[in-house]
Write a protein of this length. Structure first.
Length: 426
């Protein structure tokens, strides 16, 4: 096992996957801290079992999924074990009544419940239920159920009341009891819950993202906002404690953006113009998460007339990296573009022309604060409380501030020049 890879495992909740030299899956486990759990296998311990010792001896690689909490990791772990059936995951004993999650089926509005008896003595109307599990940690399962109730607000009542209950008021039920949601819309949520329980988080986020964009295009902003919040809740980016340092944020940025090394030097670009007039661009530089103001650069747009943000972005990126190439200046470890996929593609096309195709580049779209990669059509969706998102926003906002300040300088100078010409005439 590569010791450097072990050192780089994040100290975050999630699921880890041990693989042999052929890529076969040996074991799948969950952890509150991936780093601590995985490293514990490779320390010398007297209490380690023969089975674990044999597994560790065969382990050649480790993959992992970061989740928002250990409770979420519990659900993903069960789905992956069910799918891959790893050799070293010990089967649960038949004489123990481990709990399952049950998604009822033959009811007008399905419910998600915790049950201990799979497929045995189901009350009338619950035949054909879907079961997930079993789960060994009941306390953690109840926490996971609480998380899912917030993301997938299905009803929990045994009998439908005649008026909305407290769950409706706190946003954990859509009140099918008073037809506040259609049966089709309710079933859509149940289908999304099944995707989540089956471990298809990426497919689920893509599905919700498409619905959100459709709602936004139709100007149904309330629905788009609800979908945005659900996507954020499903994000693989956890809510890290606010005391995390800038260096830790940068380390996590490496993992979450799949960079080869932590981005020590980051350069961010923005465009500012009013109706295409006095258009300017800016570049700010952060080193180790802190502004390096001596490395800030401003650009007066020369080659673009009218409103064309993509061409303006191409111009400032070209001018910057032509200079980097000619003067052999240090290249950044990460480039941030203010804008969505179109702005990102504009910058990438120039970088490829100049021989900087391997530089990591991301775009941050203003509307929903989604992060776009050049290698993926779908964005990365961060939790709105994520410090990693806050770091990216901080760079973007600083680039925007610097561009606006330069734009205002040029506007004031133009006005002063106009008054000077008028005074000269007088």
């Amino acid at each position: 096992m590569d010791k450097e890879k072990l050192k780089n495992i994040p100290d975050l909740p999630g699921v880890y996957i041990m693989k042999d030299s052929d890529g076969g899956i040996l074991y799948i486990g969950k952890a509150a801290s991936l780093k601590n759990r995985v490293l514990s296998y490779f320390r010398e311990r007297a209490d380690i079992s023969q089975r674990i010792s044999m597994m560790v001896a065969k382990a050649a690689d480790i993959g992992f999924f970061v989740t928002g909490s250990e409770a979420e990791a519990l659900i993903l772990e069960a789905a992956l074990i069910k799918k891959h059936k790893p050799r070293y995951n010990v089967a649960l004993k038949d004489d123990k009544s481990y709990p399952y999650l049950e998604l009822t089926k033959n009811e007008d509005f399905p419910r998600l419940l915790i049950t201990r008896r799979k497929g045995v003595y189901l009350p009338a109307g619950r035949d054909g239920s879907l079961f997930y599990g079993p789960y060994t940690d009941v306390k953690l399962l109840r926490k996971a159920l609480g998380v899912m109730k917030r993301i997938f607000p299905l009803r929990t009542c045994r009998r439908m009341p005649k008026r909305p209950c407290l769950n409706y008021r706190i946003g954990q039920c859509y009140a099918p009891c008073v037809e506040a949601i259609s049966k089709d819309a309710y079933y859509d949520i149940a289908k999304e819950l099944k995707m989540f329980l089956n471990g298809d988080r990426i497919g689920l986020i893509e599905n919700l993202s498409l619905k959100m964009r459709t709602a936004a295009a139709a100007k149904d902003y309330e629905k788009a906002a609800i979908l945005r919040d659900r996507i954020s809740a499903l994000s693989v980016i956890p809510k890290i404690k606010l005391r995390i340092t800038s260096r830790n944020e940068i380390e996590e940025l490496k993992y979450l953006l799949r960079l080869k090394r932590p981005p020590k030097r980051i350069e961010a670009f923005d465009i500012s113009d009013i109706s295409g007039k006095e258009a300017v661009g800016s570049m700010v530089t952060f080193i180790d998460g802190k502004p390096s103001k001596d490395d800030y650069r401003k650009f007066k747009i020369r080659s673009v007339e009218g409103i064309n943000d993509y061409e303006m972005m191409r111009e400032i990126v070209r001018r910057r990296y032509e200079r980097v190439k000619a003067e052999r200046l240090p290249s950044p470890d990460l480039i941030i573009i203010d804008g969505g996929k179109g702005h990102l593609n504009a910058a990438v096309s120039v970088l490829e022309e100049l021989g900087f195709a391997k530089l990591p580049v991301i775009g941050i779209a203003k509307q929903f604060e989604h992060i776009y990669l050049k290698s993926s059509k779908e964005p990365i969706i961060f939790s709105h409380s994520s410090p990693i998102l806050h770091l990216i926003q901080r760079l973007r906002d600083e680039a925007h501030r610097f561009a606006i300040s330069y734009h205002h300088v040029l506007r004031r100078k133009k006005i002063q020049d106009q008054f000077a010409r008028l005074d000269g005439r007088g």
